[in-house]
Design a protein around this ligand. Structure first.
Ligand SMILES: *Cc1c(COP(=O)(O)O)cnc(C)c1O
Length: 214
């Protein structure tokens, strides 16, 4: 099923939208099934799983850290991580910068913006985002490549559309001053179609490819 699901989603999304296959909790064999048909970008939300899978699987996989990252765990993924979605503090950015420097790398990061109704989700307000972009310009070993957001967990399309449109608007607003912002990571299994209509350039899709996680 993995290959069929993947092909279906790839045929659904425009070519200029990047598909990150979210493989969290799934075995290496599932990742390899997708890899064999050409998928290279995979996302994990736990540092330990990400490190173990990167160690075991082919070197040309692009690993995306999509979960909340704790400062004390950055060192475990700094040697290889391709893009860290969901950065929401200067403290975390500074640590990523420090570990990237030790690895003589530049690590790509996305800043997470709070767009959902729920208060429990991580993310920056627009004001915090502005401050963080300014502050981070001194860090040489990180590259802020764009923004990431998670919409409310709802099937109400009008709520999803409104939240994605807000993030796209914020993205466009900051792009005019920060032309290094190229990536807008929004959309998951249940809402990627709406996210793309509202301007997403990168979707993070798990269960629609690999099946439910239970
Ligand atoms: C799990 C997860 C996804 C994928 O969720 P699905 O609904 O399975 O597609 C996307 N983004 C983040 C941040 C996640 O934690």
């Amino acid at each position: 099923m993995i290959v069929e699901n993947l092909n279906k989603i790839k045929s659904d999304i425009p070519e200029d939208v990047t598909l990150v296959a979210v493989s969290k909790t799934k075995p290496n064999s599932a990742i390899m099934a997708a890899y064999e048909v050409g998928q290279r970008a995979f996302g994990e939300n736990k540092v330990q799983d990400l490190a173990a899978k990167a160690e075991a699987l082919p070197d040309d996989i692009e690993w995306h850290m999509i979960g909340h990252l704790q400062t004390n765990k950055v060192k475990y993924i700094a040697p290889f991580v391709h893009l860290i979605h969901g950065v929401d503090s200067f403290k975390l950015l500074k640590e990523i910068d420090k570990r990237a420097q030790q690895q003589q790398r530049i690590i790509g990061c996305l800043l997470q913006v709070h767009i959902a109704e729920e208060t429990s989700k991580f993310g920056l307000s627009v004001l915090d985002l502005q401050a963080l972009l300014k502050e981070s310009s001194s860090l040489k070993n990180i590259a802020i490549k764009g923004l990431m957001g998670m919409a409310t967990n709802t099937s109400d399309a009008s709520v999803l559309r409104k939240e994605f449109a807000f993030l796209k608007h914020t993205f466009a607003q900051f792009q005019s001053e920060h032309n290094e912002l190229k990536i807008l990571s929004m959309g998951m299994s249940g809402d990627y179609a709406i996210a793309i209509e509202e301007g997403s350039t990168m979707v993070r899709v798990g269960s629609a490819i690999f099946g439910s996680r239970l």
